[in-house]
Design a binder for this molecule. Structure first.
Ligand code: 531
Length: 365
């Protein structure tokens, strides 16, 4: 008798991916990227064209940028918001177009904490004074980020924390009303939730600071508040900074444990980034440098992950999926250079039958 060989085919970059009731046409997502081009939080034609182009370019998932859950949670005056009903319809126009062009529309909801009230990057560095277009900031404690982001935040009390958790839930409802089918909680990059998570930042002595249990309380309660209003059948995801890259800071083993806790709260996928809690950190930036973080969370927390960070090459992205390091790849700056990256990658990887170029452009492909 011949020995039986069982070959389990691993998925590849152009295989669909199903999470809850949502199926992405491929494993390529547009990472949420601030455009600093909104007015009073209202998305503009820029967002329609920017996000719409990347749906036309073949992405399976298009995640709209960090939308502030409260006005003081904006990174800059140009951030998109979801703190008011007036934000819904302009975003609905974006989600409709993205869906019409074969992609799933997602959005990230966020609060920038002590890093809020900053200039748009092309207008210089640092924070805006309260009398020059800026606003007072909040954080877990009254300690500024530093390195030019020197505003002293107001330390949130328990009533302030509860108000912001309700704001996250209200923003999630508006995201659904705007037609988004994939929600990402921004718990990374040194913004509010990460400020609670990181022992380098969180110096509180109440039940929101100190022990691991206390530092994760803000993220866990916020997730619970959002999961209660976000439809059960739609993916709820979270972006982590999986490490502060500093000894004694937030690290991958804490991130794995938080992933397990959030999985129990109904989070479906972790988007694995890193850094941003404190300035002046040496980060080992290089091609795919955050992929091992996604791989470890996927393996040890037993949940779906997205890899992000310096993923630029079709073969590199395909290998991440084929080798089971992550379920999705999210591209950021590479998508700014090439809105049609998936369609170009399909040509390079011999997958144009699966992802043909847009019919209007086919004669040029
Ligand atoms: C850059 C950033 C990456 C990793 C750590 C800290 C910062 N990004 C983060 C963006 C805003 C623009 C700069 C967000 O996460 C919203």
């Amino acid at each position: 008798m011949r020995p039986q060989v069982c070959v389990v085919a691993m998925p590849h970059l152009f295989d669909p991916f199903t999470l809850k009731s949502i199926t992405l046409r491929n494993r390529i997502g547009v990472s949420p990227m601030c455009q600093y081009s909104a007015a009073d939080g209202v998305a503009t034609d820029w967002h329609l064209v920017h996000l719409g182009s990347r749906a036309v370019g073949g992405a399976g998932l298009v995640i709209a940028e960090a939308a502030a859950v409260a006005p003081e949670g904006r990174i800059s005056p140009g951030d998109v918001g979801l703190w008011s009903d007036q934000h819904v319809e302009p975003l609905a126009r974006v989600s409709r177009f993205v869906r019409q062009h074969g992609a799933v529309a997602g959005i990230q909801i966020a609060h920038a904490g002590r890093k809020a009230s900053a200039r748009r990057p092309w207008e210089g560095e640092g924070q805006l004074a309260d009398n020059a277009g800026g606003w007072p900031t909040v954080g877990p404690g009254a300690v500024p980020f530093g390195a030019g982001l020197d505003k002293v935040p107001q330390a949130l009390d328990e009533a302030g924390i509860a108000r912001l958790q309700r704001a996250f839930a209200a923003a999630a409802r508006r995201a659904q009303a705007a037609g988004f089918e994939w929600l990402e909680l921004h718990f990374a990059h040194g913004y509010l939730a990460h400020e609670f998570l990181s022992p380098l930042v969180n110096q509180r002595t109440d039940r929101y600071g100190g022990s691991f249990e206390n530092r994760i309380r803000f993220a866990v309660e916020t997730t619970r508040a959002v999961r209660a209003v976000w439809p059960e059948n739609l993916p709820l995801t979270a972006r982590f900074s999986c490490t502060d890259w500093v000894a004694g800071g937030w690290d991958i083993s804490q991130a794995v444990e938080l992933a397990r806790r959030l999985k129990a709260e109904g989070v479906d996928l972790i988007d694995c980034s890193s850094g941003g809690a404190v300035p002046g950190v040496k980060i080992p930036v290089g091609p795919g440098y955050q992929v091992p973080l996604a791989e470890q969370i996927r393996r040890e927390a037993g949940m779906a992950t997205a890899a992000v960070g310096m993923i630029t090459q079709p073969g590199q992205a395909d290998a991440i999926i084929r080798e089971g390091q992550a379920d999705l790849v999210l591209l950021a700056r590479e998508f700014l250079r090439d809105a049609y990256w998936p369609a170009h990658a399909a040509k390079i990887l011999g997958q144009t039958a699966v992802l043909p170029p847009p019919v209007q452009y086919a004669r040029a492909w």
